[in-house]
Design a protein around this ligand. Structure first.
Ligand SMILES: Nc1ncnc2c1ncn2[C@@H]1O[C@H](COP(=O)(O)OP(=O)(O)OP(=O)(O)O)[C@@H](O)[C@H]1O
Length: 842
C-alpha cells in the first residue's frame, strides 16, 4: 500500500537525483504555498498540509565496509520502497531526493525558496530536519562539518561552495529577495539549542544560565532573554551561524563522528514594511519568521555505544523526539487534532507548536540512510514523515498587534463610512461633509506615518515612546469615530425599516382601494345595465339625446350632433334640470351652474363635495383630456368629473415616435436588460395595437427613457392595462432590491415588434394613465440619472401618490354612481318605471 496516492508522471524523473510527487513542484507545492501567500494582507486562514520531503544519503564508508545492502528502491513520482527483511514497504512524499542529489538540488526543489518568500510576506515558516543519528540532517542543513570550521583566514581550506547547506543558501536567497522590498526591512537572528531539556543561547555562550520558555497570548511560546543579533548582510547571518555551530554541543559516537547532541533552532525574524494595497499612505509592518531546526538524531544506544554523559544525552534526545512523535501523531489524526496536543511535554515541542499545528508554514526534511543495517530506524523515520504529511496548519500573516488593531479599525471605519454614505443616499439625506472627527483622524494618521518615518531614520529620538503615544491616541480616535458611525448607521437602518413598513401599509391600502374601485365599477355597470345602460363609446363624443325619444346612436368617429345655438334645446318642454347633455346641466343640489359644454371641451365649475362626502352628481363633458388624466392631480375634488373611462375601449393613437421600434435583440446596455425576444414578459398584457417600423432595441429603449426623463407622455398605444394591474406591476414585486428600482424596463414583443413596458420601477415612478393611454413619470428627472441610487423615499412617494390616485378614482366613481342614481330617479319620474334609461355619457 502506498502511503499516499500518487500519479506516475509521464516523464518520470528517474534519471534525476530526486522524484517529485505528481509534479509536486509545479502543481502541489506552488498551489499550496502560493495560495497561502495570497492571504498576506488578511487574516484569512488557509489550511495547508505540512510539506514533507525525503533525503536518502549515500552509504557511508562504515556501511560499505560492513557490506550493508542498499535497502531503498526509488520508483519515481515521490515513491520509495524499502526492503524490510524481504518485506517491501512503500512510502510516498512530496519529493524524494536520492543519494545523488546535490545540496543545490535540495535547496531548489524542496520548496525552501517559497518558504523564504512567505517569511518575507509575514508568515512564520520553519524548515526542520529529522532522522536517525548520522542520517545527514546537519549535512543537509549546514553542509559537512568542515564547511563551518575550515576558515581560509585561519589557515584552513576555502569552504566548497557546492557543499554549503540549506541554511547558507537560504541566507543568500533571503537577502537577495529582501532587496526587492521597497519599505524598511530589518532581519534579526537568534540561535539556541535544547540540550538535555535545557535551552541554551548559542550566541551568548558565556551566559551560563539556562533560558526559560514562556508563553504569552500574543507570542505563544517564546524563549526569555534570548540574544538577538540584527543582521544587515549575508556575512552577518553567516557569522551568526558559525558562532552558533561552534558553541553547539557535539560529540562523537559509534554512528557519527560529529554528532549533534542537541536540537538547534536558528530563527530569523524578518520585519518588512509594505504598502497597504487599499491605502497608498498606509505602510504595514509584517513580521515573518524563518526558523531552521536541526534535530538531534534518534539513536539506538546499543548501536551508538553511548555511555555516561552521552547516554544521558541520548535518553533526553529520544524522550523529546518521542514527545514530538506523539504531537505529530495527534496533529495528523483529524479526530485527535481537536483534542489535547502534548506540546508542553517537552521544550522542543513547545517551541515547535506554532510550526506544527499553528499558523505557520513548515517544511520537514526527513533524512535516512539506505543501509539495510539501519532499516528499522529508517522505517521509523519514514513513518514519522508519513504522519507529519497529514498535519494541516493554518498559515496567517504576523503583524504587530497594535498596528493590526489600527488597521482593522481603519478598515472598519472605511466600511462604516461607505455604509453611511449608502444609507444617506437611500434615505435621501444630504451627503455628509467630511466630519471633523474623520478629518482629524485622517490627519493624525498621516502625521503619525510621517513621524514614524522620521523616528526610524533618527536614532536620537525616543522613537518607541513617540510611536506608542501616537498609536494609542489614534486607536482611541478611530474607536470613537467607529462608535459614532455605528450609532448613526443604526439610526439610519431604523429609519429605512420604518419607511419600508410605511410602504407596506400604503401598499396594502392601495390594494384595498383598487378592489373597492372594481366593486364600484361593477356596481355602476349593473346600474346602467340592459339596453338602457350607459355605455361610453370608444372614440368620439357622446350621443345626442333626443328630447322624447330614445338616445341617438353615436356615429363612429363622427362629430357630435350640433346643438341649437340660440334656440331652445329639443327638450325645452322638459324642466331644465332634467337634461344635462343638451342644455344646462341638471343643477344637482343647487351647486352646478355651469353652462353646457361647447366644442367637446368640458367647461364648468369644479364640483363641490357634498356633505355626505360622496362625489356630487356632476356634468361630464365628452372628449379625452390628456392633461386632466387620472394620476395628474392628487386632490380629487378640485378637478372636473369625467365619464367612467374604465369601460371604454382603448384609444388608438398614432403618436409612437418612429424610432420606438425593435428588432428583438440587445437591450439597454447600462442596465443589462435582455431583449424579451422569445421570452414574453409575464407582465405583458398583450400585444400593443400600434404597428411600428423596425429599429434597434437599444435605440428604442433609450428614446423611451429620454421621453420619460423629459416628462413627456409616451403616446404609444398600449393594450389596455388598468391601473390596478399597473399598480401591481409597479409595487407588488417581491423583494424589490435597490438596484432593481432604478430603471425602466421596456420590452418589445418579438411577434408584433411593438413596445411594451415590462416593469415599472419605483425610482422612476411612472404610471399608466388609462384614459390618456399614456405612461407618465412623476419623479424628478434628476433622480433618474443616478441610477445606482436606491430610493426608499421615492418608493414611498410613489406609493403614496398611487394611493392618492386611487382615492381620486374612487371619488370619481362614487360621483358617477350617484349621478346615475339621480338620472335614473329623474328619468323614472318622467317616463315611468318601465322607461329605458340612458344616463350618459354627458
Ligand atoms: N548526502 C550526503 N552526502 C554525502 N555525505 C553525507 C550526506 N549526508 C550525510 N553525510 C555525511 O554523513 C556524516 C553524518 O552526517 P550528519 O552529521 O549530517 O548526520 P546527522 O543526521 O546530523 O547526525 P546527528 O544526528 O548525529 O547529528 C557526515 O560526515 C556527513 O558529511
Amino acid at each position: 500500500m502506498w502511503d499516499l496516492s500518487v500519479i506516475e508522471p509521464e516523464d518520470s524523473p528517474r534519471e534525476c537525483a530526486y522524484s517529485v510527487l505528481s509534479d509536486y513542484e509545479d502543481e502541489r507545492s506552488s498551489t499550496t504555498l502560493s495560495s497561502a501567500a495570497a492571504t498576506e494582507t488578511s487574516d484569512d486562514h488557509l489550511d495547508d498540509h505540512i510539506n514533507v520531503v525525503l533525503r536518502v544519503r549515500p552509504l557511508n564508508s562504515q556501511e560499505q565496509n560492513r557490506n550493508d545492502s542498499f535497502c531503498a528502491q526509488f520508483h519515481g513520482g515521490g515513491r520509495l520502497e524499502v526492503q524490510n527483511f524481504n518485506q517491501p514497504k512503500q512510502f510516498g512524499y512530496n519529493v524524494v531526493f536520492e543519494p545523488e542529489a546535490t545540496q543545490e538540488d535540495i535547496f531548489d526543489n524542496s520548496g525552501m525558496k517559497k518558504l523564504i518568500d512567505m517569511a518575507l510576506n509575514g508568515y512564520a515558516c520553519t524548515a526542520l530536519a529529522f532522522g536517525q543519528t548520522g542520517s545527514g540532517k546537519t549535512h543537509t542543513m549546514t553542509g559537512p562539518p568542515q564547511q563551518l570550521y575550515e576558515d581560509e583566514f585561519e589557515g584552513g581550506k576555502h569552504p566548497d561552495p557546492d557543499m554549503v547547506g540549506l541554511m547558507q543558501r537560504s541566507f543568500t536567497y533571503l537577502l537577495k529577495q529582501a532587496e526587492g522590498v521597497t519599505g524598511n526591512k530589518v532581519i534579526r537572528a537568534s540561535y539556541l539549542e535544547i540540550y538535555n531539556e535545557q535551552v541554551i543561547d548559542l550566541l551568548n555562550p558565556n551566559q551560563k544560565r539556562y533560558l526559560q520558555v514562556r508563553w504569552s497570548k500574543n507570542k505563544g511560546f517564546y524563549v526569555e532573554n534570548l540574544f538577538v543579533a540584527e543582521c544587515e548582510c549575508v556575512d552577518d547571518l553567516m557569522a551568526v551561524l558559525e558562532e552558533g555551530m561552534r558553541n553547539r554541543q557535539t560529540g562523537s559516537h559509534g554512528l557519527n563522528e560529529f554528532s549533534s547532541r542537541s536540537h538547534s533552532m536558528l530563527t530569523l525574524t524578518i520585519d518588512t514594511e509594505q504598502q497597504d494595497p487599499d491605502d497608498e499612505n498606509l505602510y504595514l509592518t509584517k513580521r515573518g519568521k524563518l526558523t531552521f531546526v536541526d534535530l538531534a538524531g534518534s539513536e539506538k544506544v546499543k548501536d551508538s555505544e553511548s555511555s555516561d554523559q552521552m547516554l544521558k544525552e541520548s535518553n533526553n534526545i529520544n524522550r523529546s523526539l518521542l514527545v514530538l512523535g506523539n504531537c505529530i501523531s495527534s496533529l495528523g489524526d483529524p479526530k485527535k487534532r481537536q483534542g489535547h496536543i502534548p506540546y508542553r511535554d517537552s521544550k522542543l515541542t513547545k517551541l515547535l507548536a506554532d510550526s506544527l499545528g499553528g499558523n505557520g508554514v513548515t517544511l520537514m526534511i526527513a533524512c535516512v540512510t539506505p543501509s539495510s543495517h539501519h532499516v528499522h530506524e529508517t522505517i521509523n523515520t519514514l513513518r514519522y514523515a508519513s504522519r507529519a504529511k497529514k498535519i494541516k496548519t493554518k498559515p496567517i500573516v504576523k503583524m504587530d498587534p497594535r498596528e493590526k488593531l489600527i488597521l482593522s479599525l481603519k478598515r472598519e471605519v472605511k466600511i462604516l463610512r461607505n455604509e453611511n454614505v449608502y444609507l444617506r443616499q437611500q434615505l435621501e439625506f444630504p451627503a455628509k461633509p467630511k466630519g471633523e472627527l474623520q478629518k482629524s483622524n485622517d490627519e493624525k494618521f498621516m502625521k503619525f506615518l510621517k513621524t514614524q518615518g522620521k523616528e526610524s531614520n533618527d536614532p536620537k529620538t525616543n522613537a518607541k515612546g513617540g510611536t506608542e503615544a501616537g498609536l494609542y491616541e489614534m486607536l482611541q480616535e478611530y474607536m470613537i469615530e467607529n462608535e459614532s458611525l455605528r450609532s448613526e448607521n443604526s439610526e439610519m437602518h431604523q429609519a429605512k425599516d420604518r419607511i419600508k413598513r410605511e410602504q407596506q401599509l400604503m401598499y396594502r391600502e392601495n390594494e384595498r382601494l383598487s378592489k373597492h374601485i372594481e366593486r364600484l365599477e361593477r356596481e355602476m355597470r349593473s346600474q346602467g345595465g340592459g339596453n338602457g345602460g350607459w355605455q361610453r363609446q370608444a372614440n368620439g363624443p357622446p350621443p345626442q339625446r333626443q328630447a322624447n325619444g330614445p338616445p341617438p346612436q353615436r356615429q363612429a368617429n363622427g362629430p357630435p350632433p350640433q346643438r341649437q345655438s340660440n334656440g331652445p334645446p329639443p327638450h325645452q318642454n322638459l324642466p331644465p334640470d332634467q337634461y344635462y347633455d343638451q342644455g344646462p346641466p341638471p343643477p344637482r343640489q343647487g351647486i352646478n351652474k355651469a353652462p353646457p359644454p361647447q366644442n367637446n371641451q368640458w367647461k364648468g365649475t369644479p364640483p363641490q363635495r357634498p356633505i355626505n362626502n360622496r362625489a356630487p352628481v356632476e356634468q361630464y363633458v365628452p372628449g379625452p383630456s390628456p392633461q386632466a388624466g387620472r394620476g395628474k392631480q392628487s386632490t380629487p375634488p378640485s378637478g372636473p368629473k369625467r365619464p367612467p373611462h374604465r369601460l371604454a375601449d382603448p384609444i388608438a393613437r398614432s403618436a409612437i415616435p418612429p424610432d420606438y421600434i425593435q428588432n428583438g435583440v440587445g437591450g439597454y446596455p447600462d442596465d443589462g436588460y435582455m431583449s424579451p425576444r422569445g421570452r414574453p414578459s409575464p407582465l405583458h398584457n398583450g400585444p400593443i395595437r400600434q404597428e411600428v417600423p423596425e429599429m434597434t432595441t437599444t435605440g428604442a429603449v433609450q428614446s423611451l427613457l429620454q421621453e420619460l426623463q423629459s416628462r413627456r407622455h409616451l403616446q404609444f398605444s398600449a393594450h389596455r392595462r388598468n391601473l390596478h394591474q399597473m399598480h401591481k406591476i409597479g409595487f407588488s414585486m417581491p423583494n424589490l432590491s435597490s438596484r432593481e428600482t432604478h430603471t425602466a424596463d421596456v420590452g418589445f414583443s418579438s411577434e408584433s415588434k411593438t413596445p411594451f413596458v415590462r416593469k415599472i420601477h419605483t425610482a422612476i415612478d411612472f404610471f399608466y394613465d388609462e384614459e390618456d393611454d399614456t405612461f407618465s413619470r412623476i419623479e424628478s428627472p434628476g433622480r433618474y440619472h443616478d441610477s445606482r441610487r436606491s430610493s426608499q423615499v421615492s418608493t414611498s412617494d410613489s406609493i403614496r401618490s398611487m394611493n392618492e390616485k386611487l382615492k381620486k378614482e374612487i371619488y370619481d366613481l362614487e360621483g358617477e354612481i350617484e349621478h346615475h342614481h339621480l338620472v335614473n330617479q329623474r328619468t323614472k319620474s318622467i317616463y315611468g318605471s318601465q322607461a329605458s334609461v340612458r344616463s350618459g355619457p354627458r
